[in-house]
Design a protein around this ligand. Structure first.
Ligand code: ATP
Length: 344
């Protein structure tokens, strides 16, 4: 399916031949891309990704980027991991607060727009090629209906695309913060453990990079799973425990890492099914964020789909939903640019 056919292209076209600076701001990394508007396409001129850090400012990151890419872009269009309201946001997993009007003044850029990063990912579908997505579970025919996007990264992003009969209308949600729903006895134990840190455990606490490490620590520290010395060493050297755990699980090197990722994949599938049901997303489910493409082989195993369709009341609907992974790590960046150029 070529998504671009169905996403809004109703831009005022006043940016023709001009440049847009797009940003994708997450809790771990910030990407910037300078795009030129050429008719209905956006051409990426330059890009950079830097770690998101509380001790630098977003203005500082942009100023540095523009020093290497001289000229003032006609607009700045931001996709950001947090609940955007009135062109302002306080990030969920980073101590940054952004205000569109303030950025406009301090950076001297004529127009600044801000949307949620998952809404940006939804707009980004317009700029993806067919091989930028890969099937987890494909259907021969994909009906035109609402779609849903679930994206685990530093946090858990969730968004929808409402099908209005002619076009898709992307919208943001904060569904990753909805309550975690334990089902099995082990889930209940994990839930009780999570409550020591947070009064109300939510899906983001388990379906995210930090969530992978939380599940692992629960198995190790509460359930008494052993940690081999080589794994302790890898944790010390790598600095990204979620990546260490998922690599060890995919290579089948350690039973606790395998169990951790089985729980992670099950939770991801169960929350994805809830998201699909709440949006009645018969048009398909897309899995994005930094983690999905990196664990694609695990998502292709039967566990994900088995857990996804297990809702006894709506199995028939869920069984017909196509599930795809977004492989292009620039989807949110492209989407922020697309929203700036054509989507408003
Ligand atoms: N190979 C991997 N397996 C599992 N998790 C990983 C892997 N590589 C990175 N991660 C986790 O992914 C997270 C970063 O995700 P992402 O690249 O989407 O960053 P982000 O865009 O800044 O996040 P967000 O938008 O959710 O704030 C980190 O928590 C990291 O631990």
């Amino acid at each position: 399916m070529c998504y671009s056919l169905y996403l809004p292209q109703r831009g005022k076209h006043d940016l023709q031949g001009k440049t847009i600076l797009a940003a994708d701001i997450g809790g771990t990394k910030t990407s910037l891309g300078l795009f030129e508007v050429r008719g209905n396409t956006l051409s990426l001129l330059s890009e950079a990704t830097v770690p998101s850090q509380a001790d630098v400012t977003f203005e500082g990151v942009v100023t540095k980027f523009l020093a290497n890419n001289p000229g003032v872009p006609s607009m700045l269009s931001i996709g950001v991991a947090g609940p955007v309201s009135d062109n302002r946001v306080r990030l969920t997993n980073l101590a940054w607060e952004l205000d569109g009007s303030r950025l406009q003044r301090s950076l001297g850029i004529g127009r600044v727009t801000m949307i949620n990063d998952l809404e940006a990912t939804a707009y980004g579908l317009a700029g993806l090629a067919l091989d930028d997505v890969a099937a987890v579970f494909d259907q021969k025919e994909q009906p035109l209906g609402n779609m849903a996007i679930l994206a685990p990264g530093t946090g858990l992003g969730e968004a929808g695309l409402f099908w209005d009969g002619e076009a898709y209308r992307p919208f943001a949600t904060e569904g990753g913060h909805s309550d975690f729903a334990p089902q099995t006895a082990l889930d209940m134990e994990l839930y009780a453990h999570l409550r020591k840190e947070n009064d109300i455990p939510c899906w983001e606490h388990v379906v995210s990079g930090p969530g992978i490490y939380r599940i692992y620590r629960f198995l190790r520290d509460v359930k008494g799973h052993k940690e081999p010395a080589w794994l302790t060493e890898n944790f010390k050297n790598d600095g990204d425990p979620a990546a260490v755990i998922s690599h060890a699980a995919m290579r089948e090197l350690d039973a606790t890492c395998i169990k951790t990722m089985e729980l992670f994949v099950s939770y991801m599938a169960r929350e994805a099914a809830s998201l699909v049901l709440k949006h009645k997303a018969t048009g398909g489910l897309l899995l994005g964020g930094g983690i999905s493409p990196r664990i694609y082989p695990l998502l292709r195993k039967t566990l994900f789909r088995q857990q996804f369709v297990r809702n006894a009341h709506m199995a028939e609907l869920l069984e017909k939903v196509s599930i795809k992974v977004i492989l292009n790590s620039k989807a949110a960046l492209i989407g922020a640019a697309h929203y700036g150029a054509y989507g408003q």
